[in-house]
Design a protein around this ligand. Structure first.
Ligand code: SF4
Ligand code: SF4
Length: 170
């Protein structure tokens, strides 16, 4: 080994350690996905959310305007009548079945635009990974907002039979 290399060895080691310590003090940029997700812009068009009113009633009235507006036909809505004993939304009808094929969806936001009651919006979640195509059919329960903590998980308020849905403020 040359004398020069013996003399410069500690210098090389010191430089390597300096590089290591320099990176140790930098902020961590790796995110433990999927447990944690990156913050997204406020207008991100991620996975759909079906909303409720403050009293727990569902905003969706099953009018199918979102399904008609969807350019790729990936929304299926089946409406049913509300009754005094079983009221799910204000007004006459509610969405008994609401499904979106997330593999066909192009996340254009037309469903959100078409809804007269702001019942559906595009949320911040963008994770979309699974092991079978059937698992990409989002059903109503996957998209529906949870009942707020102040409401019982079991009892959806019966509401007033004459209650009317609140239209979007344009
Ligand atoms: S975002 Fe666009 S493609 Fe996806 S469900 Fe809504 S209207 Fe259809
Ligand atoms: S989400 Fe809106 S547009 Fe679609 S069925 Fe429900 S109320 Fe109608």
């Amino acid at each position: 080994m040359a004398l020069r290399e013996i003399l410069l060895g500690p210098l090389y080691i010191a430089r390597a350690l300096a590089t290591t310590f320099k990176h140790n003090t930098k902020p961590i940029v790796t995110i433990e996905y999927p447990e944690r997700q990156k913050a997204v812009p406020p207008r991100e068009r991620g996975r759909h959310i079906l909303h409720r009113y403050a009293d727990g009633l569902e905003k969706c009235v099953g009018c199918e305007l979102c399904a008609i507006a969807c350019p790729v036909g990936c929304i299926v809505v089946e409406a049913a009548e509300n009754t005094p004993e079983h009221r799910v939304s204000p007004g006459e009808r509610y969405a008994k079945r609401y499904e979106i094929n997330l593999l066909r969806c192009i996340y254009c936001g037309m469903c959100e635009e078409a809804c007269p009651y702001d019942a559906i919006t595009m949320g911040p979640r963008y994770d979309l990974a699974d092991d079978h195509p059937d698992k990409f059919i989002a059903v109503k329960e996957d998209m529906l907002e949870p009942l707020s903590a102040s409401l019982s998980d079991t009892a959806v308020p019966s509401g007033s039979p004459s209650a009317q849905p609140v239209p979007r403020k344009w």
